[in-house]
Design a protein around this ligand. Structure first.
Ligand SMILES: [Zn+2]
Length: 310
C-alpha cells in the first residue's frame, strides 16, 4: 500500500512562493503525503499555517482510499475553518483493493459526515488500469456518483485516458448537480462535449432549429418558444397533434413574468422552493405565449425550468 500511496517517498516541501493577493482555496490537496503523519499532527498545522501565510487559507483534503479517507475526515475535524474533506476510492485503488464492497461501505458512512463536502477523487483511469479491471473501476465510479447524489455533495472526478467512458457513465447514472473535473486531462474533447456543445446548442436554437436534451425522465426536443416555424418543427418531428400544448422552459424566475399573467403567490413560493428542478407550473398565459405553443386558444401557458444534466 505504501508504494501505491507514495508515502515513503522523500518529499521535502519547496520554499514558500510569493503571497497571492486574493485569499484562495486549494480545492485538491493530499496533505498526508507531505509528512506521513497523524491527521491532527502539529506538522499538518504548520503546513496549513504556511499555506495561509501566502494566501491559501482553506484546503480541501481529498481522499483516495478508505484508510486515507478516514484520515481526511479526521484532519477536517481537527482543523475546522481551515480544512474540509472529500472521500472516495481513487480509480486506481478501487479495482485492486482486497474487499471493494467493504471499502465502499466505509466511504458511504464517511460521506454523511458534515465535514465531508465532496465525493472524490473518483472516476476512471484507463492509463493505469488494464482492460480486465475496468468493469470494476466503472462499478466503483457509478457507486460514487450515486453517493454524491444521495448525500447532495459535489463529485470530484479523476479522468485519465477515459474521457468518453467518464461522460457515458455520467449520462447513464445522471450527473450530480455539482460535478468537478479535478484533473483536466481531456484536451478539447470534453470541452466540446460540455461548454462548446452548450454554445452550439444555444446558437442552433436561436437559428430556429431543434435541439435534443436530457430531462429528469426521457430526452426532450426543444426549440425557441417565440419562433412559430421553430415550434412547428417540434410538432412535425414528434407527430404531435396540433392541439396538444407544449411546455415553455425558462432559465430564471424572471421568465415567469414574461410568459404568464396573474401569477399567484403560492406559484411563486413553489417556484422558489423547487426550481431549479423538475416542476411544471400551469399559469394563465401572457400575450407572449402564442397559440402555436399552447395548441389552441385556451388561456393557459405552461412554465417549466430546465435543469441541465451535464
Ligand atoms: Zn488527487
Amino acid at each position: 500500500m505504501a508504494d501505491r500511496h507514495n508515502r515513503d517517498l522523500d518529499r521535502k516541501p519547496g520554499p514558500l512562493p510569493e503571497p497571492i493577493k486574493t485569499k484562495t482555496v486549494d480545492s485538491h490537496a493530499h496533505l498526508e503525503l507531505i509528512h506521513n503523519s497523524e491527521p491532527d499532527s502539529p506538522l499538518i498545522k504548520q503546513t496549513l499555517d504556511q499555506a495561509a501565510s501566502v494566501g491559501i487559507d482553506r484546503v480541501v483534503q481529498v481522499g483516495y482510499s478508505a484508510e486515507q479517507s478516514i484520515w481526511s475526515v479526521k484532519c477536517a475535524e481537527s482543523f475546522v475553518g481551515q480544512v474540509l474533506a472529500a472521500v472516495a476510492l481513487h480509480p486506481n485503488e478501487a479495482p485492486v483493493v482486497d474487499d471493494l464492497e467493504k471499502d465502499l461501505k466505509i466511504i458511504e458512512e464517511l460521506a454523511a459526515n458534515p465535514r465531508v463536502r465532496a465525493i472524490g477523487e473518483t472516476g476512471l483511469d484507463f492509463f493505469r488500469t488494464p482492460e480486465e479491471l475496468r468493469d470494476k473501476q466503472k462499478y466503483s465510479f457509478a457507486r460514487h456518483i450515486k453517493m454524491a447524489k444521495d448525500h447532495n455533495k459535489a463529485l470530484v472526478i479523476h479522468d485519465r485516458d477515459s474521457h468518453r467512458a467518464v461522460l457515458d457513465l455520467l449520462i447513464q447514472e445522471g450527473a450530480p448537480d455539482k460535478t468537478i473535473f479535478h484533473c483536466y486531462s481531456g484536451d478539447q474533447f470534453i470541452s466540446r462535449c460540455t461548454a462548446d456543445a452548450m454554445t452550439t446548442a444555444a446558437a442552433s436554437i436561436a437559428e430556429g432549429n431543434l435541439v435534443a436534451f436530457p430531462t429528469e425522465t426521457v430526452y426532450g426536443l426543444g426549440a425557441d418558444a417565440s419562433q412559430e416555424s421553430a415550434v412547428a418543427k417540434i410538432y412535425t418531428a414528434k407527430g404531435r397533434p396540433a392541439d396538444h400544448p407544449l411546455i415553455v422552459h425558462i432559465s430564471s424566475m424572471d421568465g415567469i413574468g414574461y410568459w404568464a399573467d396573474e401569477i399567484s403567490e403560492y406559484a411563486i413560493a413553489l417556484a422558489r422552493a423547487f426550481w431549479p428542478g423538475p416542476m411544471t407550473l400551469i399559469c394563465k398565459r401572457s400575450d407572449a405565449a402564442k397559440d402555436f405553443i399552447t395548441g389552441d386558444k385556451r388561456p393557459w401557458a405552461y412554465e417549466y425550468l430546465i435543469t441541465l444534466l451535464l
